[in-house]
Design a protein around this ligand. Structure first.
Ligand code: ADE
Ligand code: ZN
Length: 347
C-alpha cells in the first residue's frame, strides 16, 4: 500500500473512531473562550487566546489550561463546552468518546460536582441528538491539589451515583502535573473509586519515566493508561502491558506540542508501541488548544510514521476494544465500524 500523505483528508475524517483521551476544557473553541471570559467578567491577557497556545513543557501548558478551564463558571458553561466539543469532533469521524473533565479548581471556588456533571450531561445529550455521537464522562483528579481534595472528589462522585444522578460518569482518572508527585499518595482515593464500581485510569509516563507508569498501575489498579509512552523505555513493562492488553490512550501530537517530548511526529514511538504488541490507540488530548482534530491526528500520524490504511483501520478498531463500552455494545460498534470502513475508498 502506498504511503499516505497529510492531504488524504476524506478517508481519515470518514474513518469511524473512538476517542478515550480528550479533555473537555482543552476542546473549548477559542471564540467560546473569549465569550466565556466576557460573560463571566474575567480578563484574559490577550484578545486572541490562540496567542497563548504555545508551550515549552507540560507545566507551561497547564498554566494556560488552568486559565481556560477557570472560565467555566456555571452548569450552562459546562453544557456549552461539552456540546460544542462533540459538534466539532463529529465531522472528523468521532462515534464514541469517554471524555475527561478536571473540576478541582471549580469545586474549590464553590461549584458542585452535581452541577458540573448535570451541565456536561445536558450538553452531551444535545450533541448526541444532533450528531449520533455517544459520550461518557471521566472525572479527573488534579494531582496538583494533593490527596485530600482527591478523596473528597471521589466521595462526591460516589454520592452522586448513590443518588442515581450522574449516570454518564463512568470513570475516575487523574491528570495535571506529573513531576514530583507520587502516584501512591492517591491509592486510597482510587481504591474507594474502584470499590464503588467506577472504571479507573490515570495520566502516566507523559512527562516522566516508566517507573511512574508501573507505580500507577500497581498502586492505583488502573485499567487504562493515559499517554504511557514512557513504557517503551522498559522492555519488561512493555511486555507485561502487551500480554495483559492494558490499553494506552496515546496522543502523539500532544506529546510533540504540549510535553515537548519529541521534536517531530516522526520521532514518536507510536508505531513501535503497536509493533511491540501494545493496545495503543490515537487521541487528541486538548484539540482546541493544539489546533487539532481526530481526523488530522490519524492522517498526520499515518504520514509521519509510514503507517498504511490497514494499520490505521486496526487502530480505529482497537479504540473499541480499549473503551469501557460493555461487551455487547463493543460487538455492535465493531460491526458498524467494519461496515463503514468497507465503504471507504482507501487513500
Ligand atoms: N490536562 C489537560 N491536558 C493534560 C495533559 N496532556 N497532561 C496532563 N494533564 C492535562
Ligand atoms: Zn490528557
Amino acid at each position: 500500500m502506498k504511503p499516505l500523505d497529510a492531504h488524504d483528508a476524506d478517508a481519515y475524517d470518514a474513518l469511524p473512531k473512538v476517542e478515550l483521551h480528550c479533555h473537555v476544557e482543552g476542546a473549548i473553541r477559542p471564540q467560546t473562550v473569549m465569550e466565556l471570559a466576557r460573560k463571566n467578567d474575567r480578563r484574559l491577557p490577550t484578545s486572541d487566546p490562540t496567542e497563548l497556545y504555545r508551550y515549552t513543557s507540560l507545566d507551561s501548558f497547564l498554566e494556560v489550561f488552568w486559565l481556560v478551564q477557570s472560565l467555566l463558571a456555571d452548569p450552562d458553561d459546562w453544557a456549552r463546552a461539552a456540546h460544542e466539543s462533540i459538534i466539532d469532533a463529529a465531522p472528523h469521524g468521532l462515534r464514541h468518546r469517554e471524555m475527561f473533565f478536571t473540576p478541582a479548581r471549580h469545586l474549590a471556588a464553590g461549584q458542585t460536582l452535581a452541577g458540573i456533571v448535570e451541565g456536561l450531561s445536558r450538553g452531551i445529550e444535545r450533541a448526541e441528538a444532533d450528531t449520533g455521537v455517544s459520550c461518557m464522562l471521566i472525572c479527573d483528579i488534579d494531582r496538583s491539589f494533593g490527596p485530600g481534595p482527591a478523596g473528597e472528589l471521589v466521595d462526591a462522585a460516589i454520592e452522586l451515583r448513590r443518588r442515581g444522578a450522574g449516570e454518564r460518569l463512568i470513570g475516575i482518572g487523574m491528570d495535571s502535573t506529573e513531576r514530583g508527585v507520587d502516584p501512591r499518595d492517591f491509592a486510597e482515593a482510587f481504591a474507594r473509586a474502584r470499590s464503588a464500581g467506577f472504571h479507573v485510569t490515570a495520566h502516566a509516563g507523559e512527562d516522566t519515566g516508566p517507573d511512574n507508569v508501573a507505580t500507577a498501575l500497581d498502586a492505583l489498579g488502573i485499567e487504562r493508561i493515559d499517554h504511557g509512552l514512557a513504557v517503551m523505555d522498559d522492555p519488561d513493562l512493555t511486555a507485561r502491558l502487551a500480554e495483559l492488553r492494558v490499553p494506552l490512550d496515546v496522543c502523539p501530537s500532544s506529546n510533540v506540542v504540549i510535553a515537548n517530548r519529541f521534536a517531530r511526529l516522526e520521532d514518536h514511538p507510536f508505531r513501535g508501541m503497536r509493533q511491540a504488541g501494545l493496545l495503543a490507540t490515537l487521541n487528541t488530548d486538548d484539540p482546541a488548544m493544539t489546533d487539532l482534530d481526530l481526523g488530522r491526528e490519524y492522517r498526520s500520524v499515518a504520514a509521519a510514521q509510514g503507517m498504511g490504511w490497514e494499520e490505521m483501520t486496526a487502530v480505529a478498531l482497537d479504540g473499541v476494544e480499549a473503551s469501557w463500552l460493555d461487551e455487547s455494545d463493543k460487538r455492535r460498534v465493531r460491526a458498524q465500524f467494519r461496515a463503514e470502513i468497507a465503504a471507504i475508498t482507501p487513500p
